[in-house]
Ligand binder design. Structure first.
Ligand code: TRP
Length: 451
């Protein structure tokens, strides 16, 4: 039987795609990392550098991934292999596509667990506000120390993931993004209105937005670079997969710009919500789990409607995590379908079971097995390190090389809708060939802790 070039469905509309890609990009990083690194590295000065990095590095790569996906029309591995063959190069490029699927799955192993914590805290919110303040950090340590509780929440996440993904593109992925991505923006906006009246509002705004160029160091610069790459969900297969569902009429440059803009806007609004709260109650800014599960609950305790605010905040975190999770598993699911010719339900089940086993191991690495530390890291830390600091930069580098030296210019012209003689094309091509690879080398050197 002759193989059809593409059997995948397409998004119902351009907006379905934009919402889903934005849902993928907006994740935990936007809420608990960006605002803090911005504040620590000179506020508005950092934001400017970050915008530059998004435009110069993130956006061209995002466009490349969507282009590869749309032209290839399959899972990222097959899309890259096919495209390489069409351009007279080795089909071995499919292994780079495969690598991105693996890095996405590895990221998922721990992202699922954190998503589980956010759901746990939605339910804990009413009781959190009644606890004595000294108990708040203990509550989080108790969760980390309790494998059963985490296993329960991980299972909730994976069962929900199974239910969404097995329903397919329109009834699963699209539906969840129609609900959750606007949900993040609406809930954040409600919190923002609430936060405006707090005493620390001015101080919070100054922390995130007032430019202080003297606080901007070379490390701050590299953090902006690295974050612009991570926040757009690059090199994890997701954007290539979402691109494969995109119709030919939608402009890749314009929709990519919308996604990058929405992602940045959410990150800034998150900062405008979080840091006024932190400063109003005399707390110190921090990032990551400490900010979300320890510092902010302390503030919610002292606020009117604290338990509602806390529930809203953890719901935002959960929505942000879950819309990223669905985009991370989708490439692996389609890879299984296309390679083993099984139904979507079976492919989803296989992936969820795999993630369940891996997740359970990582949960145990936080408590019972915390002494097992190959390379000086627990398995949980190792998964975060290898996926974000090694596999993703490597994948990104090869995607840039692939675009810059394998894919024919004619194909790029058609996909981006730019003639190769135009300034936009030439600038983009130069960036992909020279600027992005060098920038990714710097990201990798910084991520590996070498500078
Ligand atoms: N963009 C996500 C965040 O900011 C993290 C992330 C990295 C991601 N790569 C991804 C999410 C791939 C989905 C798919 O938190």
């Amino acid at each position: 039987m002759a193989q059809k070039t593409s059997e995948l469905p397409t998004w119902s509309s351009k907006w379905a795609f934009i919402l889903a890609a934005t849902g993928s990009a907006v994740g935990l990083g936007n809420i608990w990392r960006f605002p803090y690194i911005a504040g620590e590295n000179g506020g508005g000065a950092f934001v400017l550098v970050y915008l530059g990095c998004v435009l110069l590095i993130g956006l061209p790569l995002l466009m490349s991934e969507i282009l590869i996906g749309r032209r290839g029309g399959h899972n990222p591995a097959k899309s890259m292999g096919l495209l390489a063959e069409i351009c007279g190069q080795s089909p071995w490029w499919r292994w780079i596509g495969f690598l991105t699927i693996v890095s996405g799955l590895l990221l998922l192993t721990y992202y699922n667990i954190i998503a589980g914590w956010t759901v746990a805290y939605i339910f804990k919110s009413p009781s959190i506000v009644t606890l004595p303040p000294s108990e708040i950090p203990a509550l989080f340590s108790a969760l980390i120390a309790n494998p059963w509780e985490q296993f329960l929440w991980l299972s909730v996440i994976l069962i929900s993931l199974f239910l969404v993904i097995s329903r397919g593109l329109k009834d699963g992925l699209e539906l969840i993004n129609w609900i959750m991505t606007p949900g993040i923006i609406i809930l954040l906006s409600i919190l923002l209105i609430f936060v405006c009246r707090l005493d620390g509002f001015q101080q919070g705004i100054r922390f995130i937005l007032q430019p202080d160029f003297s606080a901007l160091t070379a490390h701050g610069f590299l953090d902006a670079l690295g974050h612009s790459f991570f926040t757009l969900s690059l090199a994890s297969g997701s954007m290539m997969m979402y691109g494969a569902y995109l119709n030919k009429e939608t402009s890749i440059p314009r929709s990519s710009l919308t996604v990058a803009g929405a992602d940045t806007a959410v990150a800034i609004i998150a900062g405008l919500v979080i840091f006024p709260i932190v400063f109003s109650f005399g707390l110190n800014p921090n990032a990551g789990t400490g900010l979300a599960f320890e510092t902010l609950p302390l503030a919610f305790q002292k606020m009117r409607y604290g338990s509602l605010l806390s529930m809203a905040f953890f719901t935002i975190l959960f929505f942000a995590a879950f819309t990223s999770i669905v985009s991370l598993v989708e490439p692996a699911v389609v890879w299984v379908i296309e390679n083993f010719h099984v139904t979507r339900t079976t492919a989803t089940l296989i992936n969820c079971l795999l993630l369940w086993i891996a997740g359970t191991i990582l949960i145990l690495s936080l408590n019972y097995w915390s002494d097992f530390t190959p390379f000086g890291l627990t398995l949980f830390e190792l998964a975060t390190y290898v996926s974000a600091n090694i596999l993703m930069p490597v994948g990104g580098l090869f995607i840039a090389i692939f675009m810059g030296s394998v894919v024919h210019k004619r194909i790029i012209e058609q996909e981006l809708g730019w003639l190769s003689t135009t300034l936009s094309f030439r600038l983009w091509y130069f960036i992909i060939r020279f600027v992005v690879p060098i920038a990714i080398l710097f990201i990798a050197i910084r991520a590996l802790g070498l500078i």
